[in-house]
Design a protein around this ligand. Structure first.
Ligand code: NAP
Length: 491
């Protein structure tokens, strides 16, 4: 693996590297360079000196280059799927789904070429005009997480580049390979030298430096709320615009009249997709007490049939790393000390051969803990779910909203009044009624409360990468009338 700085693929100037492990086996997979502050500085300088030219060529030309990259990604998509399976441990179908998402998003963003309009307004006086013109921010720093390592890269590179910004991309240290693969496609497609730069290294070592650099105008992060908070503090140094897509704690409500089969199938997806490592994952289950027993029996039965193991054949793969595995064990332990009991799962499965070194955890269902307990309050980010029975819809909406996070939420009912009340009262950026996610390219993916600020996808998300510049023009050819400046002092 290499860094991409000002058009050159290079090693870290320190020569230092870090090991990346395969989550399925725990074996070493690759070494990636640890960029130094000097490497990062050169990448930012290159981005800063190249974006004006990139902006000048116009969105039609930029879209042609992005389309070429998209075609190249499509033509060799199997390679990307295989990387995702190896570096993230995604099961094969989910890896293919993520690459479908990359293709869909890039196709969607490319469709915005020549579509950004500003305003032409009357000026303050006669023969004057005011133009509100949309322009790129300049240097964008894109920080991506490991859970959708290709999807999040496409989601940021597509709109940032189409709108004429230059980019310094830093992927998660857990998944640098798919990001490098995508960046190489953009470069091969003709993105000019300096416009796209790629640096790998630990967020804890170079992150503060990147986000607070004076030449950076926009920082887009998909990651944890803790990292978002740190970035907000650091961005006070450069006043960079922030797009922060952070943690989630989705409530999943199943009402007594719901189609239980539909609710269950969607829940199996919402909880165990990507081994529960998704910002829109079901994180808290509230089931009406009239159907609680029946639904939980169905859920337990289905969970027991999920095959955990080799991503090529199983229904659910491993967690991303050893510390995520330890975290699941601690979450279960602490839920039990909060009064929960394990309805299903709760431990590391015993797998044979190479898989015995992998970071697997059983699909896990807990019940008996209350709303104040950690399992109902903190982000789990794994295949563990706490459930509780509920009776009153007002109280259920209150419980759903009782979270510092506000990204996705789910509601299963056929009662139109409850659906419309949910529409009014559930304070989350996304509400899925009787259907699974994930978010669509034409929806605005955004969160309330500590899930962050700004948003991605849709016209609104693409326009986050533009700012408005005002141009005032007088075409009267006359010396202006300015009350406070006497004409008799003019020559
Ligand atoms: P993370 O630890 O916050 O890391 C995200 C990115 O930020 C990585 O590239 C990381 O680099 C970098 N980083 C870490 N510390 C930094 C710092 N001080 N300054 C600048 N960059 C820094 O998050 P993650 O564990 O990769 O992802 C899981 C989290 O992402 C979950 O909370 C999940 O809910 C959230 N997420 C949200 C969305 C959404 O759309 N709202 C979507 C997906 C995931 P290193 O890897 O080198 O530390």
């Amino acid at each position: 693996m290499k860094l991409l700085i000002d058009g050159d693929w290079v090693d870290s100037s320190s020569g230092k590297t870090q090991q990346k492990f395969n989550p399925t086996t725990g074996e070493k997979l690759e070494e990636f360079p640890l960029a130094t502050k000097d490497d990062v500085s050169r990448a930012i300088d290159a981005a800063d000196s190249s974006y004006e030219k990139w902006n000048d060529i116009g969105s039609k030309e930029r879209a042609k280059i992005l389309k070429k990259a998209l075609d190249m990604i499509q033509a060799s998509r199997k390679e990307l799927e295989e990387i995702l399976i190896r570096e993230n441990g995604k099961i094969a179908k989910e890896a293919a789904g993520e690459v479908d998402g990359v293709i869909d998003q890039l196709t969607y963003y490319i469709g915005f070429e020549r579509k950004f309009s500003g305003d032409v307004l009357e000026g303050p006086g006669r023969m004057q005009k005011l133009f509100l013109h949309k322009v790129p921010h300049g240097v964008v720093v894109a920080l991506t997480p490991w859970n959708f390592p290709a999807g999040m890269v496409a989601r940021k590179l597509g709109p940032a580049l189409l709108t004429g910004n230059s980019v310094v991309l830093k992927p998660s240290s857990d998944t640098p390979l798919s990001a490098e693969w995508i960046v190489r496609k953009f470069v091969d497609a003709g993105v000019p030298k300096g416009v796209l730069n790629f640096v790998t290294g630990k967020g804890s070592e170079i992150g503060d430096f990147i986000v607070s650099h004076k030449k950076v105008s926009l920082v887009t992060l998909t990651g944890s709320t803790e990292t978002g908070q740190r970035i907000m503090k650091n961005a006070s140094n450069n006043m960079a615009k922030l797009m922060l897509e952070l943690g989630g704690k989705a409530p999943y409500i199943v009402w007594k009249d719901a189609d239980l089969k539909a609710a269950l199938k969607t829940l199996l997806w919402a909880k165990f997709w990507n081994t529960g490592q998704s910002c829109i994952a079901a994180e808290r289950l509230y089931v009406h007490s009239d159907v609680y027993g029946k639904f939980m029996d169905m859920f337990k039965d289905a969970a027991s049939r999920i095959r955990v193991g080799d991503p090529m054949t199983a229904d659910m793969g491993p967690l991303i790393n050893k510390s995520a595995l330890e975290n699941m064990k601690n979450i279960v332990e602490s839920a039990m000390s909060d009064g929960a009991k394990v309805l299903y799962g709760g431990k590391q499965p015993s797998l044979q051969g190479k898989l015995s070194g992998g970071y697997f955890f059983e699909p896990t269902i807990l019940e008996g803990a209350d709303q104040k307990s950690s399992i109902f309050q903190n982000e789990i980010f794994g295949p563990v779910l706490g459930a509780m029975p509920v009776d009153d819809i007002d109280e259920t909406f209150r419980l759903a909203n009782d979270s510092i996070y506000g990204l996705a939420s789910y509601l299963f009912t056929n009662d139109n009044r409850i659906i419309m009340e949910g529409f009014d009262r559930i304070r989350f950026g996304e509400l899925y009624v009787n259907m699974p996610g994930p978010e669509a390219s034409n929806g605005y993916h955004t969160g309330f409360r500590m899930t962050g600020q700004a948003g991605e996808n849709s016209r609104h998300g693409v326009e986050e990468y533009l700012k408005i510049k005002n141009i005032y023009i007088d075409y009267s050819g006359k010396v202006p009338e300015i009350d406070t400046i006497r004409n008799d002092i003019l020559p």
